[in-house]
Design a protein around this ligand. Structure first.
Ligand SMILES: [Zn+2]
Length: 408
């Protein structure tokens, strides 16, 4: 489907959206001066965009478009900014999200046992993964990150003991689990013969990082792209491409730093209209991600366009005439011969300063600087912070919170 083609499904779902979106206080106020009665998808550019700050100001109840009786779950996530993103899900929304995830190129069957490393507190991904697994008849091992019950050594034990076939979690969790295994003296790429795939979501996942995580674990890795507010938007196929769930979303692109629409092959800010979400539907939501679309047919047979995520708008770095997206930076770092166990970077004068914590002592700082400088077309200074960015002692800690004992 190309940018200006509207399928019948799109048109019907959009008309239905116009009927129910003003059930939410946010849109009842926002659209009160607009006649939505005869509004069609062709008119969408006449409608205002929705910003993150508007969602925050509306608050939890301000975005709810379903009745309280229809609520199945409330979700919230805090990104690096610490400001929460919020959403309501009806049971239909969860079922829809689960079925989107099942389109992953790894497939999912009743023979699978999925270790779910996404946190079960407030955040959305764990529940969509669980829904997808249950729809396929697969089993789940709930193994939340960020708690003391399922610490890193415990999770590695579970993957082996339970013969898990799929692990799901943040890309960073996959790297930290692999680092924990290394510290404990074994290699994840060799240790788990039943493991056949890894699912990741929730972070920028550039091609080079995909190759890096696949090397750490020795199995193919599949990404999901979405957010708490929108649900899952695109699912990765067996050819490593993120296919959009076209029937559930109407996606537009805006020029950077403006509200002008642009051609879909150019890099722009993603604008999301949720066509099927019931709990907290969104109209032309500026989600602050940079993306491009590609309409070429994929060998996997999926018909949806391919989405490429280039990172957050706020993470883009502009130095003189050189513009780097977060994806450009990730591609450089994860293409290194020795990928750091932890890293961060900042703009310093006319170049970039990269802080690296290395697990492999064989790396060469000068060669690393030269490689990154030539990849990015900028001056690069690498600062060795080995032992300072990653607390390896914490990774191998087995301290679990225990239930109180009353009768000894
Ligand atoms: Zn494909």
């Amino acid at each position: 489907m190309i940018a200006n083609e509207y399928s019948e499904i799109h048109s019907n779902r959009f008309r239905h959206l116009m009927k129910r979106i003003t059930n939410s206080p946010l849109y009842r106020n926002k659209l009160c001066d607009i006649d939505l009665e005869d509004m069609t998808l062709e008119d969408i550019r006449r409608l205002p965009v929705t910003t993150k700050s508007e969602l925050r100001e509306a608050g939890q109840w301000g975005i709810l478009a379903a009745s309280k009786e229809e609520i199945a779950q409330y979700h919230e996530s805090s990104g690096s900014s610490g400001i929460p993103s919020i959403a309501w899900f009806t049971r239909n929304d969860l079922v829809q999200g689960g079925s989107q995830l099942r389109r992953t190129g790894s497939g999912l069957t009743s023979h699978d046992l999925v270790l779910n490393r996404f946190p079960y507190a407030l955040a959305l991904p764990a529940f969509l993964i669980q829904e997808a697994a249950w729809q396929a008849g697969a089993g789940i091992v709930p193994s939340s990150s960020r708690n003391t019950i399922t610490h890193y050594p415990k999770v590695l034990e579970l993957i082996g003991q339970l013969e898990c076939t799929i692990i799901a979690g943040l890309p960073r969790e996959m790297e930290l689990l692999a680092e924990t295994a290394r510290l404990l003296g074994f290699d994840c790429a060799q240790a788990f013969p039943n493991l056949r795939a890894i699912w990741v979501a929730g972070e920028l996942f550039a091609d080079a990082r995909k190759r890096h995580v696949e090397k750490l674990w020795g199995v193919p890795v599949y990404n999901f792209f979405g957010s708490t507010e929108t649900g899952n938007i695109a699912t990765m196929c067996s050819h490593g491409r993120l296919h959009i769930s076209e029937e559930d979303f109407y996606l537009e692109l805006l020029e950077l730093n403006s509200t002008n629409p642009i051609n879909h092959s150019e890099i722009g800010q993603l604008l999301v209209t949720t066509l099927s979400h019931e709990g907290s539907p969104l109209l032309r939501y500026v989600n602050e991600d940079l993306v491009t679309f590609n309409a070429e047919a994929c060998l996997c047979g999926h018909t949806g366009r391919v989405l490429t995520h280039h990172g957050r708008v706020k993470d883009m770095i502009q130095i003189d005439d050189t513009r780097l997206t977060a994806k450009d930076i990730h591609e450089g770092i994860y293409s290194l011969t020795n990928v750091p166990a932890a890293w961060n970077c900042r703009q310093l004068g006319g170049g970039l300063e990269i802080h690296m914590d290395m697990s492999d002592s064989s790396w060469n700082k000068k060669e690393t600087e030269e490689h990154l400088a030539s990849s990015w077309g900028l001056g690069v200074s690498v600062v060795d912070q080995t032992g300072m960015l990653l607390d390896r002692t914490r990774l191998v800690q087995r301290d679990s919170s225990l239930k109180p004992v009353y009768i000894i």
